[in-house]
Design a protein around this ligand. Structure first.
Ligand SMILES: *[C@@H]1O[C@H](CO)[C@@H](O)[C@H](O)[C@H]1NC(C)=O
Ligand SMILES: *[C@@H]1O[C@H](CO)[C@@H](O)[C@H](O)[C@H]1NC(C)=O
Ligand SMILES: *[C@@H]1O[C@H](CO)[C@@H](O)[C@H](O)[C@H]1NC(C)=O
Ligand SMILES: *[C@@H]1O[C@H](CO)[C@@H](O)[C@H](O)[C@H]1NC(C)=O
Length: 960
């Protein structure tokens, strides 16, 4: 019986199939010869990208099968022609010869999007295409549509056009007048054009059939409304978003009875919503980003039974008089009311209408300063809820959950609140199909529930910036798939290395800022797969150690690799050169040694942080010629060599930090060619020779916000969802950047010559540090032009002359030092100069003023302190230096000998000294024993809290 039946079924199937085949393959005439020829005539105009390669010139080729062609299946006439983006043009655009389209008399739809069309050749207008229903001219360069001749025959020619897309052209308000002839238009898109000023409603008079009208992204400001005119009774969709409309919503909108969708977002509208109160067909309403006063009961919208979607973000929610409150007739599905309440702290119960909603799928109440307990009733009332976004409020208390499971919930974001306590483990059964959970930036403590790793749909988990402790369930890291796991900045511990190196499902792993431990080096030979999907991994600020595994080079999709502030050692493996996608590399603050592989030059690399290691060798050939490099931080290594040719191959460089290395040579003039270079820190090296005066001629494009943004971008990451902050590390970095925005630091080198007068042209720099060099000459009075200067340090040079009185004009100056020069004369005694104390001036024998307890009688000043005495002084200085060096060397020798004798005699001291030295070596990074001993002892004796430069000066160590 069964067999019989299935045979019968088979027979039926085959029969149906063959009928279908016959129908499909029914012989239709191939495309018409003259239409084929006409197409081939069009081809050269639209084949710039060889998109029309299959428009074949061989006779007999059926043009109905060609790309972009649609034919009527019975008549084989061409009815659709799609030529989107098939041609490029110059700034001017080109003029279309519309007569080329005339052979296609039955053409119904014509798509000419993105072809740089500026218009039509005169008298050859598209209006002759009498059967056209759809015309897409979007994203071209059309400035005006020629007005059609006002006689009946012409008018009739265009009578069928129903859809016209002019989005993204250069049209202004006159466009409506030219479109009048298209009286049957149902769909008109003029968004992204150049309309501005008033929108005269009368202009819309001709379009009584219009159903959809899009005018977003213009510069329209207000309406001109005429009584009893031009009601677009059939209009269903109206988009006025992204203009500059201001004032109240016009009552005119209330006449558009058929309106289903209204978008007035991103304007400057203010006032109330009463004009909308009778639009009973409205389903979709977007009011976001205006200055509306939206009553918390939504009373003006209460009579709109069909309203389903409401965007009200970034307006002002207000309490309304109580008589106004009425039960809403709508049951919303989607509501977004972020950033509407910023002043007082309220609870979500304030939104009275929300109590009566049972059908919501999406709720966004983020950034409203709501306080109190979590509004769990939202889950309980809306059993179909899918997304709940409450981030950036002040909800406190425990993370409570609804009493019954809610199986539709797929995204919960309660980050950036004040939730306490633990993550309840019944979160897994309650939200069984959760896909994304964001609980970052709260004060949640305890362990991560192990059940989270068993949640099949969970692909994004952000628990960063809490107080979580204990270990991370290994299965969580190994979860497949796992798009983003962010556990940064908690107190988590344990060895995560084996799991991380097997995290084959993960895309982005952030485990930084915890107490994770574990060793990398023993990994190389083992069977670890190395996750290939990983694009971002951050293990910074942990307690990981060992050598960087060569196999990291296999992680071919890696864009971001951050391993800073651990105890990694050894060299940077050559295999890192295979990371071709790398954009961000941070290996700073480890114990890495050896040289930087010269092949390391990922094509899109933007940010490189290698500071605070023991990298040595000449400045790397790595990154040579890298035009994408923006930040390069090599501070505090032992790199040597000259920066000259190397630096001007880096054309996008914006931040270059080379402080505290052994770089030498003259300061490259090429630095002046790096126009985007805003932060230069070349201090604590061995640069010598004069300061290139061209450095002063740079009109620095200082846009501190932009730079800060760049840094924030790289520190805080680019994820839309996650405004992620790193507690440790980043703030000091930000301070550092702030201090150095538009700053020039050439301190602690061996620079000679005078300070270029041109430095006065660096009008917008905030700080200038030239201390600890051998600069001579006077302080340029042009410095008075550096109006933004907050910090000026010229100490420890051989500057002479007086402190220019003009410097009192630097009103923002907070830090100022000219100590240890040979300056003379009186100290300016006005404004902020009275606030600097003795330490700013000491070590200048001929300087006088109240701060130095030395009155300025004329006899005190030296005979003349001008350039004429420079030679003499320089000799003095040389002598001083000679004496200093000799005495230094003698001390050095004596000490070394003494030290060794003492150490030889007394084993206890020996141990003590070496452990002291051990402590020092981590901060000093001096390689030879003798050097670091002397270095440390010297530091101790002179109470020096910084690095030494070559001649033994103590350079104050900046925050690293
Ligand atoms: C195709 O052509 C036939 C005959 O000319 C006409 O009746 C029919 O409406 C056309 N179909 C389409 C989709 O244009
Ligand atoms: C051309 O663009 C229109 C949108 O303007 C689109 O509807 C149509 O599908 C596009 N055609 C092709 C072939 O991409
Ligand atoms: C609008 O554009 C047309 C055509 O380019 C031009 O003639 C006219 O001056 C423009 N009007 C305004 C107000 O800019
Ligand atoms: C809405 O309709 C009612 C009844 O027709 C009318 O009284 C009221 O003025 C209308 N409101 C607006 C804003 O048009």
């Amino acid at each position: 019986m069964m067999v019989m039946e299935s045979k019968w079924l088979w027979f039926l199937r085959i029969a149906v199939l063959s009928v279908l085949l016959v129908l499909e393959g029914a012989p239709t005439d191939a495309c018409l010869q003259h239409e084929r020829i006409a197409l081939l005539q069009l081809k050269p105009f639209f084949n710039h990208y060889n998109e029309l390669a299959d428009w074949d010139e061989v006779t007999g080729s059926d043009c109905c099968q060609w790309k972009g062609i649609e034919c009527n299946t019975t008549s084989s006439r061409l009815i659709g022609l799609s030529l989107n983006s098939t041609r490029y043009g110059d700034d001017q655009g080109w003029y279309l010869n519309a007569s080329l389209f005339l052979p296609f008399v039955e053409l119904k739809s014509l798509y000419l999007q993105g072809n740089a069309i500026a218009g039509c050749i005169e008298n050859e207008e598209l209006s002759h295409l009498i059967n056209l229903k759809k015309l897409d001219l979007s994203r071209n360069q059309i400035k005006n549509i020629p007005s059609f001749k006002d006689d009946a025959t012409e008018r009739q020619q265009m009578i069928h056009l129903e859809e016209l897309n002019l989005e993204g052209n250069l049209l202004n308000n006159t466009v409506f007048a030219s479109l009048k002839v298209f009286s049957n238009l149902k769909y008109l898109d003029i968004s992204f054009n150049r309309m501005k000023g008033s929108l005269d409603i009368k202009d819309l008079d001709a379009f009584s059939s219009l159903r959809e009208l899009y005018m977003s992204n213009n510069q329209l400001k207000d309406f001109v409304i005429h009584k009893g005119c031009c009601d677009l009774k059939k209009l269903e969709v109206l988009d006025l978003s992204w203009n500059v409309f201001e004032g109240m919503l016009p009552n005119y909108l209330g006449n558009l009875n058929s309106l289903r969708e209204l978008d007035v977002s991103h304007n400057q509208f203010s006032g109330n919503l009463t004009p909308l109160s009778n639009l009973t067909s409205l389903r979709f309403l977007s009011l976001s980003r205006n200055h509306f006063e939206i009553p918390a009961s939504l009373a003006p919208l209460a009579n709109l039974p069909n309203l389903k979607v409401l965007y009200g973000d970034e307006n002002k929610m207000v309490m309304e008089p109580s008589f106004y409150s009425s039960l809403p007739k709508f049951q919303l599905r989607f509501i977004s009311l972020s950033n509407c309440i910023t002043s007082q702290q309220l609870s979500p119960e304030f939104l009275t209408f929300l109590y009566y909603q049972y059908d919501l799928r999406y709720i966004d109440l983020s950034r409203n300063n709501f306080s109190g307990a979590l509004p769990i009733w939202l889950f309980e009332n809306n059993t179909k809820l899918e997304h709940l976004i409450l981030r950036g409020n002040s909800f406190s208390g425990p993370l409570s959950l609804p009493s019954a499971p809610n199986l539709n919930v797929s995204l919960v974001d309660i980050s950036d609140n004040k939730l306490q306590g633990q993550i309840p483990s019944h979160i897994c059964p309650t939200f069984q199909y959760l896909g994304a959970l964001f609980l970052a930036k709260n004060v949640i403590e305890g362990n991560i529930p192990t059940c989270l790793s068993g949640m099949k749909d969970l692909v994004v988990l952000d628990l960063s910036n809490n107080h979580l402790s204990g270990t991370v369930p290994e299965e969580l890291i190994l979860k497949d798939p796992l798009v983003i796991l962010r556990l940064s900045n908690n107190n988590l511990s344990g060895n995560v290395i084996p799991a991380v190196l097997n995290a084959n499902g993960a895309w982005k792993l952030y485990l930084d800022g915890n107490n994770f431990s574990g060793e990398m080096s023993n990994i190389d030979v083992s069977t670890f797969e190395f996750p290939t999907l990983l694009t971002e991994i951050d293990l910074s600020n942990n307690k990981l150690y060992g050598k960087l595994p060569r196999r990291i080079g296999n992680m071919s999709n890696l864009k971001k690799l951050a391993l800073s502030n651990n105890n990694f050692e050894g060299s940077i493996p050559m295999e890192f050169c295979n990371l071709n996608q790398l954009v961000f590399l941070d290996l700073s603050q480890n114990n890495l040694s050896g040289s930087i592989p010269s092949c390391l030059s990922p094509p899109n690399i933007e940010h490189v942080h290698l500071h605070g290691n023991r990298l040595n060798g000449p400045l790397p050939l790595a990154f040579y010629n890298s035009s994408s490099l923006v930040t390069l931080d090599l501070r505090g290594n032992n790199l040597s060599g000259s920066v000259r040719e190397w630096i001007d191959s880096l054309s996008s460089l914006s931040v270059v930090l080379l402080k505290a290395n052994h770089l030498h040579g003259r300061i490259p003039v090429q630095l002046c060619n790096l126009y985007s270079l805003n932060i230069k820190d070349l201090s604590q090296n061995m640069f010598y020779g004069p300061i290139p005066s061209c450095l002063g001629n740079l009109t620095l494009p200082i846009q501190d916000n932009k730079i800060l943004e760049q840094w924030i971008y790289l520190l805080f990451l680019d994820d839309e969802w996650i405004e992620f902050t790193r507690k440790s590390g980043s703030y000091s970095y930000r301070d550092y950047i702030h201090e150095n925005i538009g700053g020039i630091d050439l301190s602690c080198n061996k620079l000679t010559g005078q300070i270029p007068d041109e430095f006065g042209n660096l009008g917008e720099i905030y700080s200038l540090n030239l201390s600890h060099n051998n600069l001579i000459g006077v302080i340029p009075s042009s410095f008075s032009k550096l109006k933004q200067l907050e910090s000026l340090d010229l100490s420890y040079n051989n500057l002479t002359g007086e402190i220019p009185n003009q410097l009192v004009e630097l009103h923002f100056l907070e830090i100022f030092s000219v100590a240890y020069n040979n300056l003379s004369g009186s100290i300016p005694e006005r404004d902020q100069f009275t606030t600097f104390d003795e330490t700013s001036y000491e070590g200048n024998p001929f300087l006088c003023g109240p701060m130095l307890d030395k009155s300025c009688s004329k006899t005190d000043s030296p005979p003349t302190t001008s350039f004429t005495s420079n030679d003499e002084e320089e000799e003095d200085n040389l002598l001083d230096m000679y004496v200093f060096r000799v005495s230094f060397l003698v001390t050095y020798a004596v000490m070394l000998v003494t030290t060794f004798i003492v150490l030889y005699i007394n084993p206890y001291w020996r141990r003590a000294l070496f452990s002291f030295g051990q402590k020092c070596i981590t901060t000093c990074r001096y390689s030879t024993v003798g050097n670091f001993l002397v270095y440390c002892i010297f530091r101790k004796w002179f109470n020096c809290h910084g690095d030494l430069n070559e001649v033994g000066f103590c350079c104050p160590r900046k925050r690293l």
